[in-house]
Design a protein around this ligand. Structure first.
Ligand code: ZN
Length: 411
């Protein structure tokens, strides 16, 4: 499955923040989630059913609003020929605005595949499946073992799956009468080696057949797991993906769950490591004389147009807009960058046009700086990464104005 980029997730996050605040007066906000494999004719007839069922709603206002929302949805559905590859979310409802109510319509193209068809009518929009897309994805290999048994599992999103349990045939360490102690210990070690090999083979097979495997975590009581790790019983490709070795009390299903609970720090670190590395790379370059780094909206934009930018780092906190200002009296126009559209609007009222000197400047249109940079980046093959402000590095990026770039070359 294609993973959404940090830019797509950032946009979704902003959009969900806005949608979460929408509250209807009654249970009259309609949410429709259509996965890509859903037949649109079926959806349409479902909507017709819901429309006639809505006749039973007691409150006249709610009935009117639900049916109005369903009408909008059916109109929209008629215009769609095919469900987009990740599915479609339609949110329609009457939102109170001061003394007036207004019908609001949102059409969302999810950055990842929708899994479940949902029709939902409530006082709020149903956004859970979209919110889940913001959560960390990918699978992690889990292995808990001691000399007695081993359990192989996978963590997929939030789901823990136990894949295999392997028990050992290694005899206990206590010698038996009649056998030489040394010979007996040697037999134990041979049996243990065979058992570890078996565990390594089974686990490697499971992990190597997991396409989105992001890492492996080992656990178990006592020193066996470290021994297993140090001796390299896993396939080299799996071995290099080991993120950590963690103490657990159990080696069965409970051990697997324990392992996941104790690894939350490892997962969290991993999420932000990529971001941290990018910002650190920028910081290393920026202190060099003519290093491969740039910052500030204007400089980054200019270098981007020249094709000199490899990766743009954009702080998730930064609200910035590129605004086209024009004069309604003459043909003057200009592009400016602002963090606050409202404030700019107020300033323009006071400001005379530099060309005709009339107080007739106004905003013609504006685009978010991020969208603008993404557009240019797409044409020059540059990458765009939205950087969270949770880390020290994220804070440092903010200090550079929230927009920075790692360069391919310095023109
Ligand atoms: Zn003018």
């Amino acid at each position: 499955m294609k993973k959404a980029s940090s830019v797509e997730l950032h946009k979704l996050k902003k959009e969900l923040e806005r949608l979460e605040s929408k509250v209807g007066k009654g249970t009259e906000l309609v949410s429709l989630h259509i996965p890509p494999d859903k037949n649109l004719n079926d959806v349409m007839s479902h909507m017709r059913d819901e429309y006639s069922q809505a006749n039973n709603i007691k409150s006249a206002r709610t009935r009117k609003n639900v049916q109005a929302a369903l009408e909008v949805i059916m109109q929209r559905l008629k215009m769609i020929k095919q469900v987009p590859e990740n599915g479609l979310v339609l949110l329609v409802g009457t939102i109170p605005r001061g003394t007036k109510d207004k019908m609001e319509v949102y059409l969302i193209h999810p950055p990842e595949k929708l899994q479940t068809y949902v029709y939902h009518c409530d006082s709020k929009f149903y956004l859970d499946p979209l919110k889940e897309m913001l959560e960390e994805k990918g699978s992690y290999g889990l292995l808990v073992l001691d000399r007695g048994e081993a359990t192989v599992g996978l963590l997929k999103g939030k789901n823990i799956e136990v894949v295999k349990r392997i028990s050992s045939t290694v005899p206990g360490k206590h010698g038996r009468g009649g056998q030489s102690q040394r010979r007996f210990e040697r037999l134990i070690e041979i049996a243990a080696h065979e058992y570890f090999k078996r565990v390594g083979e089974h686990a490697s097979e499971v992990f190597m057949n997991t396409p989105d495997l992001r890492g492996v975590i080992l656990g178990g009581p006592g020193p066996t797991k470290e021994f297993f790790y140090n001796e390299g019983y896993l396939h080299p490709k799996v071995q290099e993906k080991i993120l950590g070795v963690v103490d657990t009390s159990y080696t069965d299903e409970f051990g697997i769950k324990e392992l996941v609970n104790k690894s939350s720090e490892i997962f969290k670190d991993l999420e932000i490591t990529k971001e941290k590395n990018l910002v650190q790379k920028f910081l290393q370059e920026v202190v060099k004389d003519r290093g491969l780094a740039a910052y500030g909206e204007e400089e980054v934009r200019n270098l981007l147009k020249m094709g000199a930018v490899d990766t743009i780092l954009y702080s998730e906190d930064l609200e910035s807009f590129r605004v086209k200002v024009k004069c309604s009296n003459c043909d003057y126009s200009n592009l400016v960058t602002t963090k606050d559209i409202k404030k700019l609007e107020e300033e323009l009222v006071q400001e005379p046009c530099p060309k005709c000197n009339e107080n007739s400047l106004e905003i013609e249109e504006y685009t978010s700086t991020l969208d603008l940079l993404i557009d240019i980046a797409e044409s020059t093959g540059a990458k765009v990464e939205v950087i969270s402000t949770d880390t020290e590095e994220g804070q440092q990026l903010k200090a550079f104005g929230g927009i920075a770039a790692i360069l391919r070359f310095r023109p």
